[in-house]
Design a protein around this ligand. Structure first.
Ligand code: PXP
Length: 264
């Protein structure tokens, strides 16, 4: 994905749940590829889709169409399995984000144990990288996992923001602040280790600002809330409002940083 300006925070729109609604009736409406086109027109910088082992939302044919019909880079979220590796190598998307996957989970519940799974992940990261795919690892905000990503040779990590968003939703302010502090530390440490740092999971209009304000982050990936909010205000408005919230948070953080430098 291209940088539009220094400090620009990219928005990857995850369209999985357009497919969830489609699959509820088994037909072809609503079409996730049409949603991706709309997302592109609304200002998304990339499209994210998770091809799960059970194909509960995005399916193989969706990936083929997203690769062929969308002008934006595709970030394919996938489990570290031989099946997913061969699909990724067949399509060669811009990026692959390796996520942990458990069949019985409702959504991706935690980060990948990049440290514990080094030997399993290494050949997969290598094969994807050799094919020219930018590899990202979806990890918890944890120094050990950042170091593991680096030693695996993955250029990108995506920090799991779910614990922060859950605490914010439950109005547990101490936990929310602690999770935010962990994310901010990991974003900084990740950048210091030379990693490109992304973040995502569970972000909403109410929770995005403090995350978007973290200057080391290069990209947020957001899906469920944007698709849910589209029911009320439309997908175009939902994406534009998220984009605006991200830009405002970045601007505010920029002003704060400049103020701190002036005071120093
Ligand atoms: N990033 C990753 C790696 C994910 O697995 C998901 C969920 O598929 C998201 C971001 C987006 O999360 P949400 O749909 O809650 O915005």
């Amino acid at each position: 994905m291209s940088e539009r300006a220094s400090g620009y925070l990219r928005l990857g729109v995850n369209i999985d749940h357009v497919a969830t609604i489609r699959n509820a009736r088994g037909g072809d409406h609503p079409d996730p590829v049409r949603a991706a086109e709309l997302a592109a027109a609304a200002g998304a910088d990339g499209i994210t889709a998770h091809l799960r082992e059970d194909r509960r939302h995005i399916r193989d044919a969706d990936i083929a169409r997203l690769m062929g019909e969308i002008g934006l880079p595709l970030n394919l979220e996938m489990a570290a399995t031989p099946e997913m590796l061969s699909i990724a190598l067949r399509h060669v998307p811009h990026a692959c984000c390796i996520v942990p996957e458990r069949r019985e989970e409702v959504t991706t519940e935690g980060g990948l144990d990049a440290a514990g799974l080094h030997n399993h992940l290494k050949p997969i990261v290598d094969r994807l990288s050799e094919a020219g795919i930018r590899v990202s690892l979806f990890i918890n905000a944890d120094r050990r996992q950042l170091e593991a990503a680096r030693s695996l040779g993955a250029p990108v990590v995506e920090l799991h923001t779910g614990a922060y968003c859950d605490a914010a939703l439950a109005r547990e302010s101490a936990k929310r602040d602690a999770e935010l502090a962990r994310l901010a530390t990991a974003a900084r440490e990740g950048a210091e280790l030379g990693l490109e740092v992304h973040a995502g999971h569970g972000l909403t209009f109410d929770t995005v600002a403090p995350v978007a304000a973290m200057p080391e982050l290069a990209e947020l990936n957001i899906g469920h809330f944007l698709v849910g909010e589209a029911i009320f205000i439309g997908l175009d408005a939902s994406i534009k409002q998220m984009r605006h919230a991200m830009d405002e948070a970045r601007r505010g953080a920029g002003a704060e940083n400049a103020g701190a430098k002036d005071r120093a």
